[in-house]
Each structure stands twice: as structure tokens, then as C-alpha cells.
Design a protein around this ligand. Structure first.
Ligand code: ATP
Ligand code: MG
Length: 412
């Protein structure tokens, strides 16, 4: 799903029989630790439901995900990287705690890697501190065998091949590659929120950041198309499906922007953007109340555009008492783009899409106040507007495999 370096595993000369999974921040969570671990386990199992594997085995700071010879390693690695709460993971071989056997296994499983490399290092660590040999001694003994049997030279500073060995209590693990996980906390351990999702680059990143802090999220999207189906087909389904891979379950609420557009001629052009966003905030607040969601999340970043000045952000969030979380508030566009690229939403975000902004003025006022906004809103019947938009709400559920189909009979 996301192009990481899993091709490195093509060079293994035998199938790894497990994947070592290392927890993210779970060790900080003291009393809640068992709950967090249980949730992470559930999330991993749900994410890998489509694949054959031999189940999870708990370790002190992680899991072993056991594999069958027929398990699809690359697909499993690909899906594991979207599970929040994992710091890193490594395809590994389970071995007896015998250094000769481990050295031999490294030479066999890593034969092709060895052929491609010049410098190597052995990195041993012991989960079982009672093991008869210290880590440094293990490094030296395994290193000596590899040095003797190959053309490689030892280089602890810049090795191009790392031979990792972990001595556990009953067995040892051998691995060559550690892959970065999504880090953070397991989804569903920090409550539920509503992310305001546009078709742009920022709000999918905001969703990913909030998922990585352990929140489950629903999505609210306002569309500028003639039907929810058109919005879904033009990008939103693909975007939500991508984000769903990092989540566990949730809902997508689709609302047309047409009711706002119809009344917006009663507003000055340079105020329409802020008034539209207040309409979004009011509906988001209602949806949160009805669905027990604790906060509204947006992709706003301070000063990025005219509608995101401190004054305008204050005006926009005034209609709700709920917290408005803005995970990107201190990030610049380049950082946001880099994050979107590394977690796979960027290519979907840059596809053409008819944004609601097309109905709004290009140059909104940079300084507004909630009092001014409320005064302008008196020109229309706010409740009528909000109820009209809500009466056209379409709701779809998603799980780790993506969004359910739109029911037949929905307006095409
Ligand atoms: P993005 O790249 O996410 O579109 P942006 O930098 O273009 O963000 P704006 O268009 O000003 O910023 O939107 C600010 C935030 O308002 C978005 O990050 C998103 O959270 C919310 N938002 C914008 N458009 C919509 C929409 N059509 N439906 C729901 N929320 C929206
Ligand atoms: Mg936008």
C-alpha cells in the first residue's frame, strides 16, 4: 500500500518464520498497559484478517507474529506498517539459544545479502539477562564465524549488513532488517473524534496524526458535486479507504454544500469563507453530539492561508464548545507534504477534485470576529440552513478494509 523498503526481503534465502513487533509508547502507560496491549493485538489481528499467519505471541515489549511458509510476507509487512502503536518490526528466524546454530543460520538465510555486502556488524541484545554470555561476547563469537566464512569485514560504524540477534528466554531471534512502524498509540485507546475531511493534502494528514495518538475517527466531508456518489467516485472513497487502513472502524458523513451556496449571496464575498466554515463547525458539533464524539479535528495550520489566521480560527471555532484539535497547527506545508508522501495520502490528495472553495471568494478577510460573523448570520435563518444541509446527510460505515458501498437507489 505504501512504498517502503520491503523489497529488501526478496534477498532472504529462506522464509522468516516470525515477525518481531516492537511496541511504540506503550511502556509509558503503566496501569493501562494491559488494556493498550489488548487493543493493539485486536487491531493487528483485524488488519491482517485477510492473510494467513500463525497468531500473535506476547513478549515483554512486543509480539511475535508467527508465520507459515505460505504466508504472504510482503503483504503482511505492508499492512503492519499502518497499525498505530508499533515502533518497528522485523521479519525474523526463530532459533535455539546456541551461538553456533545462530551463526550458521545467519550464513544460510543471509547468503544473498552477504554476497551483496562488504562490511557487516553483529548487534546482539538479551531480553534474558541470565543468558550465559554477555551481548558483546555474543557479537564477537557470531562475528568471528561470519568473518571466517565470508569475504566480509567487520565495520561497526557503517556496516552495509546488520546481523541482529535477540536472546529471549526460551529461544533466540535472528533478523537483518528493521522496518519503521507508524509509532504512536493503538487506535481506540484515546476516544473518538470527528475529522473534517476536504479533498486536499492537509486534512488527511491531520486524520493520520490524530489516529496515531490513539483516536478513532469519523469523517465529515462537504461536497460540491451534484450527488454523494459523484463525490465518492471522484476521490473521497479512495481517500477514506486509504485512511481506513490506519483506523479500525468509523463513519463517513457526506453533506452537500449547496444549501450554503444558495443563501451565501446574502453575505459579502470576502466573508463567505469564514461563514461557510462556521456552518461546517455547527454541523460537526451536532454530529459529534449525536454520535458521542469528543472533539472536532481539522487540517488547519496557522497562517497557511487567509482563513487560517488566529482571528479567523477563533471566529470559525466559536460556534462549538467542543475542543477543536488542529494537529498541523505548527507544521509548514513542506513538512505536511513530506508526511503525506511517507504515509501514502499525497498521490490521492493531488488528484483533481472540485473543492467547496470554488464557491468561495479567493481573498477572504484575514481578520474577522465572532460578533461580526453572528451579525451577518442574522441575514439568514441559520437553523433552516443547517437543518436543510443535515436533511441531505449520507452516512457510510468503514472498517479496516474500507468504506461500505453506497446503497442502491442513492441519487446517482
Ligand atoms: P486541505 O489541504 O485539507 O484542503 P487547506 O489548506 O486547503 O486544507 P482549507 O481549504 O482552508 O485548508 O481548509 C481548512 C480545513 O477545513 C481543512 O483542513 C479541513 O479540515 C476543513 N475543510 C476544508 N474543506 C472541507 C470540506 N469540503 N469538508 C469538510 N471539511 C473541510
Ligand atoms: Mg482545502
Amino acid at each position: 500500500m505504501i512504498d517502503k523498503n520491503f523489497d529488501l526481503t526478496s534477498d532472504y534465502n529462506s522464509n522468516p518464520d516470525t515477525i518481531l513487533i516492537r511496541f511504540g509508547e506503550l511502556y509509558l502507560k503503566k496501569g493501562n498497559r494491559p488494556l493498550f496491549i489488548e487493543q493493539l493485538k485486536k487491531n493487528i489481528v483485524a488488519r491482517l484478517a485477510k492473510f494467513e499467519h500463525g497468531g500473535l505471541q506476547k513478549l515483554r515489549n512486543g509480539f511475535l507474529l508467527n508465520l507459515y511458509p505460505q504466508s504472504n510476507l510482503k503483504a503482511i509487512l505492508n499492512h503492519l506498517q499502518t497499525v498505530s502503536g508499533i515502533a518497528w518490526f522485523a521479519p525474523a528466524w526463530k532459533l535455539p539459544r546456541n551461538l553456533e546454530t545462530i551463526s550458521d543460520a545467519a550464513l544460510k538465510a543471509g547468503a544473498s545479502l552477504i554476497e551483496k555486502s562488504k562490511k557487516f556488524a553483529v548487534c546482539c541484545s538479551r531480553a534474558d539477562k541470565e543468558f550465559s554470555k554477555k551481548s558483546v561476547q555474543c557479537n564477537t563469537e557470531i562475528g568471528a564465524v561470519i568473518d571466517e566464512a565470508t569475504d566480509l569485514t567487520v565495520d561497526l560504524e557503517e556496516p552495509d549488513l546488520e546481523v541482529h540477534v535477540r536472546i529471549l528466554h526460551k529461544q533466540a531471534l535472528l533478523f537483518f532488517h528493521k522496518f519503521d512502524g507508524f509509532r504512536g498509540l493503538p487506535v481506540e485507546t484515546s476516544g473518538s473524534v470527528l475529522t473534517l475531511l476536504s479533498g486536499g493534502i492537509d486534512s488527511p494528514v491531520a486524520a493520520l496524526r490524530i489516529l496515531s495518538r490513539g483516536c478513532r475517527t469519523d469523517f465529515l466531508h462537504f461536497y460540491n458535486y451534484s450527488s454523494p456518489r459523484a463525490a465518492l467516485e471522484n476521490k473521497i472513497r479512495e481517500l477514506v479507504n486509504h485512511l481506513a487502513g490506519f483506523g479500525t472502524r468509523g463513519k463517513l458523513y457526506l453533506v452537500p454544500d449547496l444549501p450554503f451556496e444558495l443563501v451565501s449571496r446574502k453575505f459579502p464575498d470576502n466573508f463567505k469563507m469564514v461563514l461557510f466554515r462556521r456552518h461546517v463547525t455547527r454541523l460537526a458539533d451536532k454530529i459529534c453530539r449525536q454520535n458521542n464524539l469528543g472533539a472536532i479535528v481539522t487540517g488547519e495550520s496557522l497562517g497557511q492561508v487567509a482563513s487560517q489566521t488566529l482571528e479567523n480560527l477563533t471566529t470559525i471555532s466559536a460556534p462549538t464548545k467542543r475542543p477543536v484539535l488542529r494537529p498541523l497547527i505548527g507544521m509548514d506545508k513542506e513538512e505536511i507534504i513530506n508526511y503525506a508522501r511517507s504515509w501514502g495520502s499525497y498521490d490521492i490528495s493531488i488528484d483533481d477534485y472540485k473543492d467547496c472553495c470554488s464557491i468561495l471568494a479567493r481573498h477572504p478577510r484575514t481578520k474577522t470576529s465572532a460578533a461580526e460573523a453572528s451579525k451577518l448570520e442574522k441575514n439568514i435563518e441559520l437553523d433552516v440552513l443547517d437543518n436543510e444541509a443535515l436533511s441531505q446527510l449520507t452516512t457510510l460505515s468503514y472498517d479496516v478494509n474500507g468504506l461500505e458501498p453506497l446503497p442502491a437507489g442513492e441519487k446517482a
